[in-house]
Design a protein around this ligand. Sequence first.
Ligand code: 2HG
Ligand code: ZN
Length: 462
Amino acid sequence: MTDSRLQRLKDAAPQLRLSTDAADLEHYGRDWTRRWTPAPLAIALPASLEEVQAIVRWANQEAVAVVPSGGRTGLSGGAVAANGELVLSLERMNRVLDFDSVDRTLTVQAGIPLEAVHNAAREHGLVYPVDFAARGSCSIGGNIATNAGGIRVIRYGNTREWIAGLTVVTGEGEVLRLNRGLIKNSSGYDLRQLMIGSEGTLGIVVEATLRLTDPPPPTNVMLLALPSFESLMQVFAAFRERLTLEAFEFFTDRALHHVLAHGAQKPFDEVHPFYVVTEFAVGFDAREAAAMAAFEFCMEQGLVSDGVISQSDAQAAQLWRLREGITESLAKYRPYKNDVSVRISAMPAFLAETQALLGREYPHFDVVWFGHIGDGNLHINVLKPDDTGDAEFVSQCEQVTKLLSQALEGHGGSISAEHGIGLVKKAYLLGTRSAEEVALMRGIKRVLDPNGLMNPGKLFDT
Ligand code: 2HG
Ligand code: ZN
């Protein structure tokens, strides 16, 4: 550790685990975007709130930028350290601190993986309902930083809904204990909510108190094949009217093509333009009958071409794999990801408009569509053709995103539904948020992080 700044950090926090090992710099300096070359100054792995505070105070004295780091499963470059920053990994702060059965809350350190939160809640007969495919690798701190959504938002909302309290170290090293688990708290600005979704630009989430809820009734999973997006929207309406939906996810034939090539099992003999994986409560006999009635209604109306319902947990998992395996199956094509949202009612028009536009302007691209119908959230992955170089591909995709951003402006949508702005989408922030809003966001950052050291360059330039 030859850098004198790091020596002074060691003096300030003698027990702090620090690494400048080349493999660690590489590992902790990147996220799932894989687009930037990691170049952090060092990796700090604090084990306590006090150590986090000492790091932030040191960063202010030395003018070193800090990149907070969870599971680094982000898809927007929010956890990338490519400019000599100190990566502050919360990986060692991964404990459950408290469970309260009366309040039905679980207090955890920010580095705990989402799956460990699920397991801890289940041990107490309750659930933490936010869920998505990266559950084993992502951390709750990262979920909070991006206000992560996932596959059950239609039923339970985003991460924001489930945070009853936060302990945060601000950009100046002050500790804030926000909302302290209260349900009602009309005492001024809700700084907890301000921190949620701020992508580490205002401070570092160190602990969180999570709300838990009752486990859902037993559910079933159905996979549907559909002839068009218009019928998909009608099927959504028919199912939502008749059932309590836990999830309603869609994907296209291209997405299915890639998951099947990646080892998933073929569900239908024929190819269909669209597919839906839906999960719904079947706790009572009447509900099971309602599921069949919804399906039969859609078949009769010609809205659905085929369908299969899970007969066991294993089969439900198999059907879910078709949807949850998409991201992994696309990884080898180094996809350029778009994660957009519009109001649910605007989805058919937006999809038709952008599909036509992409087909016209970029007919050589393999574009894979999937996402969360009930949330108006579409994932649009553009796959890199073999004969296109990295730089050329990114620059073409940026043109695609520009067009998407313009279409979104027309529909009042958002360039980031649930992945965050990070580095990847910051050039498009002004298509989604007004100049006045962005100016206010900058002002808020100046108050909480006056020296501009918390994840600088993410969300907007400072
Ligand atoms: C999902 O819904 C995730 O599966 C990842 O948000 C989306 O890979 C993507 O583009
Ligand atoms: Zn998603």
